[in-house]
Design a protein around this ligand. Structure first.
Ligand code: NAD
Ligand code: MG
Length: 340
């Protein structure tokens, strides 16, 4: 069946082509910080720090009433830590995220050992659960916070070598951990996940798990099994979850997703024959799956905030930064074009 699949690759913009100036030197700088502890320690002194408390990012409200992640100056964080009774070594546990377009190294730090309210007061912000943050932040900021949280989570759950049981030690950037006994090097891990928007040419297919908020539907997704290609995983997941065989696949884009423990989401579109759209939903995986018309999707894309408790249920979709939203939006645009 796979050999008959049509696989179309879309030309996706490289991040470097968005703004050419300085991209190469910034990336080389970040790479150097990962490899050279002394350079990274120096960069930390002049860097920006994104604070987390038990993996929830610190957000500040802007004058316009929107939210942004607090990017604090390193020396300010040091002063705050000292005022709150930390011995000062905590700052060195910061983990390198990236480098801003202003050439400032960006780090994340979890201050979960300090009193949450005291830090919030000092920093004039609030620690907000990451999932909630995703609905509050802009497109550029959410991935940064997600990356920071994923790195911090990895460090918090990788303190011991899984082969020897001995402690592991991180480098200054936090880009790797090394077993103190065997020298085995560990790098942050992601699980590949395929996410697919299936269409029958007129409608698109969305599903919901019982754990989703009321009324929310998303594209079908599933973890890739060991040894599988992206296409094989996609066909298997669609077959398992809704009992359909896809005919063609086109790649859209990818995304790092911090839930449940860092996934690498590979986003695709797929089509099924209009003559073969009868769903056979596996209810152990999905509470529901349905075909939605362009009209239904267009109005769901307009829903900006989830319905409140007591309000009538409406279809709503994952937030803008979620690749599911992108796939659904892409489908709606193409569908409008083909129907006009
Ligand atoms: N960013 C987005 O737009 C978006 C949208 C939908 C789903 N997702 C993510 O995709 C992920 C996968 O979707 P799903 O839950 O439908 O997957 P799924 O259909 O593969 O079902 C999940 C089950 O797969 C098993 N599993 C196999 N390998 C696993 C691994 N490496 N880690 C965890 N569980 C594994 C577990 O039993 C788990 O309960 C979810 O965690 C979700 O956060 C992201
Ligand atoms: Mg699934």
């Amino acid at each position: 069946m796979l050999s008959s699949l049509r696989i179309l690759l879309s030309a996706t913009k490289c991040p470097a082509t968005r703004r050419c100036s300085g991209f190469v030197s910034r990336m080389r700088y970040v790479n150097r910080l990962k490899e050279d502890d002394a350079s990274c320690a120096a960069a930390l002194q002049n860097g920006r720090i994104f604070l987390f408390h038990r993996l929830s990012p610190l957000l500040q409200r802007t004058e316009r009433g929107t939210f942004r992640p607090a990017a604090l100056i390193s020396s300010d964080v040091q002063a705050i830590l000292e005022r709150l009774g930390s011995d000062g070594s905590l700052l060195r546990e910061s983990v390198l995220i990236n480098c801003s377009e202003q050439n400032q190294a960006q780090f994340c730090l979890d201050v979960g050992e300090l009193d949450q309210e005291a830090v919030e007061e000092e920093c004039e912000g609030n620690f907000v659960d990451l999932r909630k943050s995703f609905f509050l932040l802009s497109g550029a900021e959410a991935p940064l916070v997600a990356q920071g949280q994923a790195l911090l989570r990895w460090h918090q759950t990788s303190r011991f070598c899984s082969a020897t049981g001995q402690l592991t030690h991180r480098n200054q950037a936090g880009s790797q951990r090394v077993c103190s006994s065997s020298g085995t090097v560990y790098y942050p891990k992601m699980s590949p996940v395929v996410i697919v928007l299936v269409s029958d040419g007129k409608r698109c297919l969305l599903g919901r798990q019982s754990s989703f908020p009321r009324g929310m539907y998303s594209a079908l997704a599933g973890f890739c099994d060991m040894g599988e290609s992206l296409e094989e995983a996609l066909c298997r997941e669609v077959a398992e979850e809704v009992g359909l065989e896809v005919q063609s696949i086109s790649y859209s884009s990818s995304q790092h997703w911090p839930f449940p423990h860092s996934s690498f989401m590979l986003g695709c579109h797929a089509s099924v024959s209009p003559a073969d759209t009868q769903l056979d939903v596996d209810h152990t995986e999905l509470e529901d799956a349905r075909w939605f018309s362009l009209e239904e999707i267009s109005s769901a894309l307009q829903v900006k905030t989830p319905p409140r408790r007591g309000e009538p249920p409406v279809l709503w979709l994952p937030p803008k930064h979620a690749i599911a939203n992108r796939l659904i939006t892409e489908w709606a645009v193409r569908q409008r074009e083909s129907e006009s």
